[in-house]
Design a protein around this ligand. Structure first.
Ligand code: FES
Length: 120
């Protein structure tokens, strides 16, 4: 199972300063759940804060035995959610979690923040 973890408390733009209203991460979670609903082997969950608050919206993609990728600088739009789910599907299909750059959905390019190798 591949898990997409969305930060539900991420804010974007001016909201990051004012901290008013519903965080963009809440909508990003719902949109990611919809985008991944038709993808077998993907689950989506929300958590409060991935500690990348200055470059939200943030998300992580992980699976047992695979490289974990953290992505950020999303606005939380439907297009962002579709790109993230599309990348997660390719990640799920790979043996190691490594997806060739030429296969990356355009919408994830420039959004990678970190990768974490699997534990032995
Ligand atoms: S609020 Fe989203 S990473 Fe901290």
């Amino acid at each position: 199972m591949t898990t997409i973890t969305i930060c539900t408390t991420c804010r974007t733009g001016k909201d990051r300063e004012t901290k008013l209203g519903t965080p963009a991460g809440e909508a990003f979670l719902q949109r990611a759940q919809s985008a991944a609903a038709s993808e077998p082997g993907l689950s989506v969950r929300g958590v409060a804060c991935l500690m990348g608050c200055e470059h939200g919206c943030n998300a992580a993609i992980t699976a047992t035995g695979k490289m974990t990728y953290v992505l950020g600088r999303f606005d939380g739009t439907n297009e962002d959610a579709e790109a993230l789910a599309g990348y997660a599907r390719l990640y799920a299909e790979s043996d190691t979690g490594s997806v060739p750059y030429r296969q990356w959905p355009t919408g994830v390019k420039g959004h990678f923040v970190a990768r974490v190798p699997p534990v032995d």
